[in-house]
Design a protein around this ligand. Structure first.
Ligand SMILES: CCCCCCCC/C=C\CCCCCCCC(=O)SCCNC(=O)CCNC(=O)[C@H](O)C(C)(C)COP(=O)(O)OP(=O)(O)OC[C@H]1O[C@@H](n2cnc3c(N)ncnc32)[C@H](O)[C@@H]1OP(=O)(O)O
Length: 201
């Protein structure tokens, strides 16, 4: 069996939701459409304001279980001269898809992310992202996202499909490096954010 399909790798699981998939349900306490979601963690490379070269991606709640987000490519995000690095673009999609957690009020981490790079994205361009939860099956949360350039109605530059896996808060407290965990637990704003993700804090 190849590494890509090994049963212990998690890789190879279909991105197509299974037949018993349920429609996603917007949590009654989810932020109203139009609300700026803010960072889930100040040091997050995707959304944290504390990361100098991070994406500083700003996500906003949409209708249903959807979010929109924007990210402007800066010189620190280059792969080829004057162009955004593909990994950075995948991160923007990952972060936008991860922001759907706020609307479901579950904590989930990326299990699988499949990205299409359709058009090069220059430094200075703003990527207009949109993510949608397409279904939930047990702990598996399926999603799709697109990123457009030249405006929110512009051509698609990147797109992705994903499966996020629901985890407990302990996923972070057990696996993270102790010094950051300790600081996060001592920060009332961070604890508040963690609770906002959990249905039963
Ligand atoms: C106060 C202090 C703390 C502060 C915290 C603040 C709150 C933060 C809140 C929210 C954070 C949001 C963060 C968003 C940031 C952007 C998103 C990221 O980049 S996340 C980083 C990258 N991802 C990882 O690091 C995952 C690493 N992987 C793992 O840890 C495990 O593999 C995990 C949890 C994903 C699964 O392990 P298992 O042991 O729990 O689950 P099993 O039982 O194996 O699988 C459950 C089901 O999921 C499927 N599954 C598992 N892995 C899969 C995969 N890779 N692809 C597809 N399906 C998968 C399985 O087939 C199974 O499905 P069947 O129930 O049998 O139908």
């Amino acid at each position: 069996m190849s590494a890509a399909t090994g049963s212990d790798s998690g890789v190879g699981a279909a991105l197509t939701p299974p037949p018993d998939v349920a429609s996603p349900v917007r949590h009654p306490d989810a932020p109203a459409p139009g609300t700026l979601l803010g960072a889930h963690y100040d040091q997050c490379f995707g959304c944290g304001e504390g990361q100098l070269h991070g994406l500083h991606l700003e996500a906003r709640a949409g209708e249903g279980v959807t979010v929109t987000a924007e990210f402007t490519v800066r010189p620190a995000h280059q792969g080829a001269p004057g162009l955004a690095h593909g990994g950075v673009l995948a991160l923007a999609l990952d972060e936008t898809l991860g922001s759907l957690n706020w609307l479901l009020r579950v904590i989930a981490v990326t299990g699988r992310l499949e990205t299409d790079f359709v058009r090069p994205v220059p430094v200075g361009a703003t990527l207009h992202l949109e993510a949608r939860c397409t279904g939930v099956a047990g702990r598996k949360i399926y999603g799709s996202a697109v990123g457009r350039i030249g405006g929110s109605d512009g051509p698609v530059a990147v797109r992705a499909d994903s499966v996020f896996i629901e985890v407990k808060l302990e996923h972070f407290t057990k696996n993270g490096r102790p010094q950051e965990i300790k600081a996060a637990l001592a920060d009332p704003d961070q604890v508040k954010v963690a609770r906002a993700f959990e249905v039963n804090p």
